[in-house]
Design a protein around this ligand. Structure first.
Ligand code: ZN
Ligand code: CU
Length: 487
């Protein structure tokens, strides 16, 4: 405990869930200089500012393990869609897509163009991207990865083939630059057109620099449908050959014939975890969201258009209705709506629950911060797990829910000093009401802030309180600490 008894901020009378899965306990929390100064009965202590947390839960700020906030942290720096849920740290650069390195004189293919900035604001090096974030912080902390599809786009003349040895060497150099600048890993999205033709060998070769840095390999796998087991095998092989941890992003089994197959994938993941480090995350919805696609497997079920550059007025409408109105096939309508994003109802509730409840599953939103009608996960993921899945469905205790969005995530991504509440750790804190916390965002009205989130503190600064943003932008760039460095 610190020797001083006057602090910047005191959180009084709350019930602490500390992010380690340990049972809750009643305690005050003192914050000083962006860190937790003391936890306990702090009756004699004073502070410049006090928050009364009586009857509420005090937890570590949530870490969103899977985001596409790379540009949003600069262009929508208040990050209300995350802060309002209690999220204080985001992992960016997922699914093979990152904000850097890019060239100013190039056209970006889908889906990279969906998250693009104006050309003059593009970052040509990873260091320049992280510098910009340090110079103009957002409301949340950011840990960023470099995307393999982005590297392919800046390195290769055409993307419909495997990379040549020269192109692989060029991409390796860019991975090295990103890691040296502070990237925490490399992500791939072999499901997406820019990387479909990349072989396993190409990814292993491009990822070589990860080994020395003990950085992460994070993947939106090639196939989350009928070939999901083969995709897991490929992911594990890449991790084994590089000798690094892997993260299976937004784990799911999609399309009707595969419903129930999480009963196969999860035991396979569990078995493999005995031999190598495997992590996974999941969002709490049966619909996914990604770029507008025209392939049968994706548009066979219900498809809701989330955004469309040529037809912005179609956001929020069903693809089938638009196709009927235009007198064309669904595939033709989807093509006319590109580039844009859509919501696909492709999963089974039982699989979603089984994956969420799997002990090692982290919570990640996969929110896409674009347009007026985004998937509700952008605003609702974390309160939905706390309110709907933990409290109402009873899928796991609240302590477990919090751990899946804090301590587990910080451990997996190597975010030292975050994700648990203890003396000395960074003061990222969320205060919420366990009885009323709930997601208000729906498919119809997706940009509603959650209910029951009382206050959110980022590096000791109050960013959200009583349903309003304070305007604070106290987020930091977070880098990865490997077990080697801490040993
Ligand atoms: Zn993805
Ligand atoms: Cu993603």
């Amino acid at each position: 405990m610190s020797t001083t008894t006057h602090h910047d901020l005191l959180i009084r009378g709350g019930t602490v869930i500390d992010g380690t899965k340990a049972p809750r306990f009643d305690a005050d929390i003192a914050i000083q200089d962006g860190r937790i100064a003391a936890i306990g009965q702090l009756a004699g202590h004073t502070a410049d500012r006090t928050i009364d947390a009586k009857g509420r839960i005090v937890a570590p700020g949530f870490i969103d393990s899977h985001t596409h906030d790379d540009q949003a942290v600069l262009s929508q720096a208040d990050m209300s869609f995350k802060i309002s849920q209690g999220v204080t740290t985001v992992i960016a650069g997922n699914c093979g897509i990152s904000a850097a390195p890019l060239k100013r004189d190039m056209d970006l293919p889908m889906p990279l163009n969906l998250l693009d900035a104006p050309r003059e604001e593009r970052f040509t090096t990873f260091a320049a991207y992280l510098d910009a974030l340090r110079k103009t912080p957002s409301a949340v902390n950011v840990a960023a990865m470099v995307g393999h599809s982005t590297l392919r786009a800046v390195t290769m003349g055409s993307l419909d083939r495997e990379a040549t040895p020269e192109e692989i060497a060029a991409m390796q150099a860019l991975v090295e630059e990103a890691l040296a600048a502070g990237a925490i890993g490399l992500s791939t999205g072999t499901f997406y057109p820019p990387a479909v033709k990349a072989t396993t060998e190409e990814i292993i070769a491009v990822g070589k620099p990860l080994t020395a840095h003990q950085a992460l390999y994070v993947t939106h796998m090639r196939d989350e449908s009928s070939q999901v087991m083969e995709s897991l095998e490929e992911t594990f092989r890449i991790g084994r050959e590089l000798g690094i941890p892997v993260v299976v992003s937004h784990h799911k089994v999609q399309n009707k014939p595969n419903f129930g197959r999480s009963a196969e994938t999860l035991p396979f993941i569990r078995e493999t975890m005995k031999k190598q480090t495997v992590c996974l995350d999941c969002y709490p919805y049966t619909a996914g969201s990604t770029m507008i696609r025209t392939d049968r497997g994706m548009i066979d079920g219900r498809v809701l258009i989330a955004s469309s550059e040529p037809h912005p007025d179609m956001a929020g409408r069903d693809l089938g209705d638009i196709a009927k109105e235009w007198g064309v096939s669904d595939a033709e309508a989807a093509q006319r709506l590109q580039p844009g994003t859509a919501i696909y109802f492709l999963m089974d509730e039982n699989d979603v629950q089984r994956i969420l409840a799997f002990d090692d599953t982290m919570i990640g939103s996969d929110g896409i911060p674009v347009g007026e009608k985004p998937h509700p996960r952008l605003w609702g993921t974390f309160p939905r797990v706390l309110g709907h899945y933990s409290r109402d469905v009873g899928l796991f205790p609240l302590e477990t829910a919090v751990w899946k969005m804090t301590g587990l995530t910080a451990r997996n991504f190597g975010l030292q000093g975050r994700g648990t509440l203890k003396e000395g750790s960074h003061a990222d804190v969320v205060i919420f009401d366990a009885a009323t916390v709930r997601d208000a965002a729906t498919y119809e009205t997706p940009t509603q802030p959650a209910e029951g989130i009382a206050a959110v503190i980022v590096n000791g600064v109050v960013a959200w309180q009583n349903g309003a943003h304070s305007g604070a932008r106290s987020g930091q760039v977070v880098t990865r600490t490997t077990s080697k460095e801490t040993a």
